[in-house]
Design a protein around this ligand. Sequence first.
Ligand SMILES: Nc1ncnc2c1ncn2[C@@H]1O[C@H](COP(=O)(O)OP(=O)(O)O)[C@@H](O)[C@H]1O
Ligand SMILES: [Mg+2]
Length: 119
Amino acid sequence: MIDAKDLTRTFGNVTAVDRVTFHVEAGEVFGFLGPNGAGKTTTVRMLCCLISKTSGEARIADYVVGNEEDSLKIRKMIGLVPDNVGLYDELSAYENLDFYGKLYECSESQRRENIQRFL
Ligand SMILES: Nc1ncnc2c1ncn2[C@@H]1O[C@H](COP(=O)(O)OP(=O)(O)O)[C@@H](O)[C@H]1O
Ligand SMILES: [Mg+2]
């Protein structure tokens, strides 16, 4: 389901992720642990196609990380809950959920139903 092979990301002369290789099966709960600065967030950001990789390969299901068309499909199928949640302070709780629902192309009636349930 998730396959990373020699995944690497550098920022200038900092190597944030250095040839990370792992495999996660569908349905498996996978703990990806390490001290602060180990490169966990950078790895997740590459897998979610939020930043590019420097080298190595990764696949999510049959999609290839780094392929532009596949990146859109990968972003659609992943739900990421980062440690600092990206909510907009100037929007209400309802408006925040409505905004994210729109990004996921939920219909208006589906958004209304989901938001009532989640709130
Ligand atoms: N956008 C960036 N620009 C420069 N350095 C970065 C950037 N993002 C992360 N780093 C560096 O990459 C390393 C790994 O960071 P990170 O992936 O956030 O680690 P973790 O999530 O495991 O704490 C750290 O040394 C961090 O300072
Ligand atoms: Mg982190």
